[in-house]
Structures are given as C-alpha cells and as structure tokens.
Write a protein that binds this ligand. Structure first.
Ligand code: FE2
Length: 286
C-alpha cells in the first residue's frame, strides 16, 4: 500500500442500509452489498451480514453450491460453521476465525452450521478476481482467531487486522491482485481513531454494534448499527464512538476496473465465459 505524505479528511460519500434476504437453503441474512441499493463496489461484489439467535434462521445452512471467478471471505463472530468442498478440503470456522477462499476456476462446497442452538453471527464478503486470475487453482487462506493480530493504535481502540496493516501490525491475508484491507475495529465509548486509508482503493465501513461518527467538522456523519458508508474524498478516516461502545468493519480494495458478467455464484468478464461456467459445472468439471 502507498502511504500518502499529505492527508485530507475522508467523508461519507453515501450510506446504505442492508436489506433482509435469504440464501443457501433458506438462511436469513442481511444483504448490504449485492442488492439493489449497492449492486457492487469494485472489487467487492457482495456483503452479507448474518446474525441471529434463532436456530431456525440458520439451521438449513448452505448445502453444496459452486463458485467460480472470485473469492469468498467468511469472518465468523459467533457460532461454528463446518466447511467442505469437492476437492477434499474441510475445516471448522470458530468464533473470530477467517476463511479467505479463492474459488478460482471453480469448486463445489457446503457451509453448514455445526450447532443446533445459540447465536450465529458473521460476515461473508465476495471479492472479485482480475481476468488473469479467474481460472487459477482454488486455494484457502484460513486463520484461527489466535492467528489474527490485534493492534491498539489509540487509547480505547482495538483493531483485529485480518488484511492490510495498522502501524506495524500486519494481517495474515495475502492477495496482491486487490491489495485488500479488512479490519474489525472496536471503539470504547467516547473514543476516536484516525487512520490513513490506502490510496486508490474503494473503501467502506459497516457498523455492526453501536454507532459512530464518520468524518470531520461539517462533513461528519452519523453511522448507525447495520449501516454501511462508502468513503472517499480524502485519505484520513476519523471515527468516533458516541456514549456507547461501537464495533465496525473497515474494508478496502484496489478496484479492478474490468467488465463484470455475473450470475449467482459465477462472476466472469464476458457472457461467453459465464455460459462456459454453467457448462463446466453441469459437466462436473469443477
Ligand atoms: Fe459458498
């Protein structure tokens, strides 16, 4: 990431509130990116927040389904999810763990809750791949919670660094194509933090506990729980919690600026490639 020598305050360009949706075999979730309000934010194709204490909302899980041409990033906050794919990979996502899955040319996998009661909460983010990497071999970057470093860049501010860097603290995910930043930020009540955003990236933040103020002076805007803010206009982000603690994710990626042809779990560059994905899946070539 290039760090600029001059700073100017970042501000909220637009705000989006997620919409209730259902996916997999009927899992209830909130779609924040990938719906009508914000179809995408290059290179991000989708952001789902799942969060419920009701087992009937998640028990059906996500049985076998394919992906091709992009990456799925699952960040578990609460609950346990078992992952299996048709290449023999299997893993258990526990609270605080991250799975960054490069689907590449394709795989078929299932994501099923490994619990019958209690809270299930987390995020799934889809990150596009450039044309030259869409047909790469599938691979995983999977990290248990103790492998995700925590930065404390200011008093009352704690940041889990999944991807990118906060000062000297560097997250474990490696993806040069989009150079992602993925932070889980916890602010104690009344605390604030300034962070220099990566240059030339698209950036959003999403509050999932409490509320924050984003930006400086006349440009400061409130961000409530379950609201996403697209950020821009400057490179220094200022976040401030109100009289309650707040927690949010801050995500950035270098845009690919390529044509996107997507249908369901396939994201390619051309219609021809999209049709080929359906044929390859149906003929068992994933
Ligand atoms: Fe999936």
């Amino acid at each position: 990431m290039n760090i600029a020598t001059q700073t100017s305050p970042a501000r909220v360009l637009r705000k989006v509130r997620g919409r209730a949706a259902s996916d997999g075999a009927g899992v209830k979730l909130t779609r924040v990116i990938g719906g009508p309000d914000l179809p995408d934010l290059d290179p991000f194709l989708l952001l789902d927040e799942f969060g419920t204490d009701r087992a009937e909302d998640y028990l059906a899980g996500f049985p076998d389904h394919p992906h091709r041409g992009f990456e799925t990033v699952t960040y578990m906050l609460d609950g346990r999810m078992r992952h299996r794919d048709n290449h023999g990979n299997e893993g258990l996502l526990t609270p605080g763990s991250v799975q960054w899955m490069t689907a590449g040319r394709g795989l078929v996998h299932s994501e099923m809750p490994e619990q019958e009661s209690g809270r299930m909460r987390g995020f799934q983010l889809w990150v596009n791949l450039p044309a030259r990497e869409k047909m790469t071999d599938p691979k995983y970057q999977e990290f248990a919670p103790d492998r995700i470093p925590v930065a404390t860049p200011a008093q009352g501010v704690s940041v889990k660094v999944i991807a990118g860097a906060v000062g000297e603290v560097v997250g474990p995910i490696v993806q040069p194509a989009t150079d992602p930043l993925y932070l889980d930020i916890a602010l104690e009540a009344g605390r604030d933090w300034r962070y220099l955003l990566p240059e030339d990236h698209n950036v959003f933040t999403y509050a999932f506990e409490g509320a924050v103020t984003v930006g400086e002076g006349d440009d400061a805007r409130p961000l409530e729980t379950h609201e996403l803010a697209v950020l821009g206009g400057g490179n220094e982000l200022h976040l401030r919690a109100g009289n309650q603690p707040a927690r949010l994710i801050l995500v950035a990626g270098r845009p690919l600026r390529e044509p996107v042809m997507r249908h369901g779990p396939f994201v390619m560059n051309t219609k021809q490639e999209l049709m080929q994905a359906f044929v390859d899946f149906q003929e068992g070539r994933f």
